[in-house]
Design a protein around this ligand. Sequence first.
Ligand SMILES: Cc1cc2nc3c(=O)[nH]c(=O)nc-3n(C[C@H](O)[C@H](O)[C@H](O)COP(=O)(O)O)c2cc1C
Length: 208
Amino acid sequence: MSHLLHIDSSIGTDSVSRQLSAYFAEEWRNSHPGSGYSYRDVVAEPIPHITHPVHQSLVYPDGDHGQSAEERELTAAITDELLGASTVVLGVPMHNFSIPSTFKAWLDRVVHPAHMSMPGKTSPLSGKSVVVIQARGGSYAPGTPREDFDFQEPYLRAVLESIGLGDDLTFVTAELTMAAHVPQMEQLRPLAETSLATAYETLKKLAA
Ligand SMILES: Cc1cc2nc3c(=O)[nH]c(=O)nc-3n(C[C@H](O)[C@H](O)[C@H](O)COP(=O)(O)O)c2cc1C
């Protein structure tokens, strides 16, 4: 059965990535009636930073590494949600040219040897459709002054591909989101609006 896992990681009260991920989820659920749906908000319910016992338990799952039952249950819940999804939508703002630490804490629970995709070995996570919705205040498009500062998309592509989530991986980006609020960026507002409209159009097609 198809199942959507929806994860948000924005701290914003007027979050662009949350609005886009909610739009995708609604469209997807409308076009996949009867399918399953799970939601995780890593800001409302932060995932604790990984510790040595948690990491040892991920790498050597047969041993007793002194991990608390609470930690074990949390990792199991996160893993089951991901394994059970056929489609995953990730709302990920850019923070300091990369990703929010709250989302990194989620990655740290799912990126481990048992999920690694290697030559000759597919991951148990292979075959899923993954949509990453990125929001960023500026622009990192080719030809812009900061085009080399985008450590968000290249990083996410590499880490998701490493665990088999690269088979059907799409990035949808709303850029220049701060143009709406920062007077010095006023002249960039039309570009920001076009970027947002394109993101909605792309998500509609992806959700169909
Ligand atoms: C802690 C923090 C760091 C940020 N760093 C960047 C950055 O490096 N580059 C950028 O373009 N925008 C940066 N921004 C702006 C956000 O990427 C932008 O506001 C985006 O729309 C946030 O996503 P959201 O609208 O879903 O909350 C940062 C925002 C915060 C809160």
